[in-house]
Every structure is written in C-alpha cells, then in structure tokens.
Design a protein around this ligand. Structure first.
Ligand code: PDD
Length: 284
C-alpha cells in the first residue's frame, strides 16, 4: 500500500501524469527511512533533512512534520512487514515542459514502503568489495535529489566489477559512496569526511559519530586523501538500509588483512544496541 497525493491505495493502482516534473526533469527530492518493529528510525532527522532538500530546491514543504508523521505511520501500518524501508518523494508537480518553475502547481507527494533488507550475516563476516571512481556529480550533493543519474552510473561501475559500492574521489579526496557514506579507520582513529556540499548528510553517518562520541572511540571529521583511503586499516560504508558494513576489498586489493576490523565489530554492536533501545521507545 502506498500514499499518493492525499490517498492510500495499492501500488499497482498508483498513477502519475507523464508531465510530472519528477519524470521530465528529476525535479524532486526524496528520503529513505528505515523502520524497525514498525517504528520509523530517526524520523525527525529524516524530516529535517527533507526540509533542507526542499529549501535548497525552493519547493515549499506540502506538509508539517506532524502531517508527515501521520502519513508515514499510516503507510507502515497498511503494510505487512515488521521492518520496512519507507521511501518518500516530493516533486514540483505536473506542468507543461519548461525548465523554469511553474506557477501555482501543487507538489506531487508519493510514499511507499518495502520490506527492509539489511545485509546478510555472511556479508558482515567477510565484508564487501568496493571500487573507486572520480566523483563527477554536481556540487550540491547535500540535496537528496531524485536526479540520481550520476549516482546510478557510478553505482553500476561497482556492479559491473562484481563489487557492492563505488567510493568516490574528488580532487584526490574521499567524498562518499554512490549510495552511502564512507568511514575510514587509521591508527585506531575513526575518520569521516566533513558534511558539506560534496556529500549527502547521512542520518546513519550522524548515528555512527554520536555512538563514537558516547563510547569514547577516537574520531575526527576531516578531509581524507585517496592515499589514506588506499592504506586504511578499516573502511566502512553506512546507509539507512545497509546500516554499518565493512569494506574488505578495494579495487581488487585487500583492505589491511582483508577482514572486518576490530573497530567495525564494536561499532556494529553499539549500532544494534542503539536500535534495540529505539525499538523499546526510550530514544529516537
Ligand atoms: N541512500 N550518500 C548517498 C549518495 C546516499 O544515496 C545515501 C543513502 C547515503 C546515506 O544516507 P543515510 O544514512 O541517511 O541513508 C549517503 C539511500 C539509502 C538510497 O538512495 O536508497
């Protein structure tokens, strides 16, 4: 079951006009929100990031946070899975094709949900492979835009190489993954690239840094050079659906000894504990 412009309906019945600017221009923004035991994880933070994306593309938010919460909770309730991945999208609506903004056009709002598929245990035990590529995206990667062509092409490079993710390098420095944020461990210090216009401000990224802070794991937010990535002790990727996942091969070479590292193991434990606390409703 999905939500489209004020109505709940089966996905197969949902229709949008072909002139929707999301279809014509990729003129829209989105969020992916993980749901554990029917509770949306970090909902306020996802809705704040949605607001940032909407403000950045000068599109008014059609709903208040309370209205969003009602719609999202309803979609969760209408679907059969305990753990879900809620996808929401807002576009600049339906109008004759013209790059300039249309006047007085209502936004298109779409919310769907899928079963949440987190990485299988085997991937956590062995880690995943990644490749590197030049980050050839635009300079507003902080906007969670549905215009994802560059990310699609970059991610496909990984798939073509039999790998899971593409790590992106801009002017010799790590930005993020094609669909994830990237962390580096060197000499016992967890390193993260700064949240600026070159990366998506990941919700999972924030959780990981908060957990590092809480548990006194040494960490630093700073520029990370390609050389530091290639000689890392540990590499991780983070996202709402993948949580925290170790990368153990990069461009065909093992990362350190080619096994998930000790700091990953403790962080993954903290992440699972934190999720359990959230599910008990003590924290969000
Ligand atoms: N992608 N960077 C990029 C480019 C992403 O697409 C994502 C997530 C992230 C991680 O953000 P978060 O921790 O808030 O999920 C970073 C989602 C899952 C997607 O497009 O499906």
């Amino acid at each position: 079951m999905i939500y489209l412009n004020g109505e709940y309906m089966p996905l197969a019945e949902a229709r949008i006009p072909v002139l929707d600017r999301g279809f014509i221009f990729g003129d829209g923004v989105y969020e992916v929100i993980p749901v554990y035991s029917r509770r949306a994880f970090r909902l306020d933070e996802h809705l704040q990031r949605l607001q940032h994306s909407l403000d950045s593309i000068r599109l008014p938010n059609p709903y208040t946070p309370a209205q969003w919460q009602t719609i999202i909770e309803h979609v969760i309730m209408l679907n059969p899975w305990e753990d879900q991945s809620v996808y929401l999208q807002v576009t600049r609506g339906v109008a004759p094709r013209d790059h300039a903004f249309p006047k007085d056009t209502p936004q298109t709002v779409f919310v769907m949900s899928n079963p949440l598929t987190t990485p299988p245990a085997r991937q956590r035990e062995t880690g995943v492979s990644a490749v590197t590529a030049l980050d050839n995206r635009w300079l507003r990667c902080d906007i969670k835009s549905t215009a994802l062509l560059a990310n699609v092409l970059l991610r496909q490079l990984a798939v073509d190489a039999g790998a899971s993710e593409t790590l992106l390098l801009r002017e010799g420095y790590l930005t993020e993954g094609a669909a994830s944020n990237i962390f580096v461990v060197r000499d016992g210090v967890l390193l993260a690239p700064p949240k600026d216009h070159r990366v998506l401000p990941g919700i999972t990224y924030d959780v990981v840094l908060e957990l590092a802070q809480q548990h006194a794991i040494r960490h630093e937010v700073r520029e990370i050079s390609e050389e530091e990535v290639r000689s890392a002790d540990e590499l991780w990727l983070t996202s709402s659906t993948k949580e925290v996942l170790p990368i153990t091969r990069l461009d065909g070479q093992p990362v350190a000894n080619g096994k998930p590292g000790p700091i990953y193991e403790v962080m993954y434990g903290y992440y699972q504990d934190f999720k359990r606390t959230v599910m008990r409703g003590k924290n969000t």
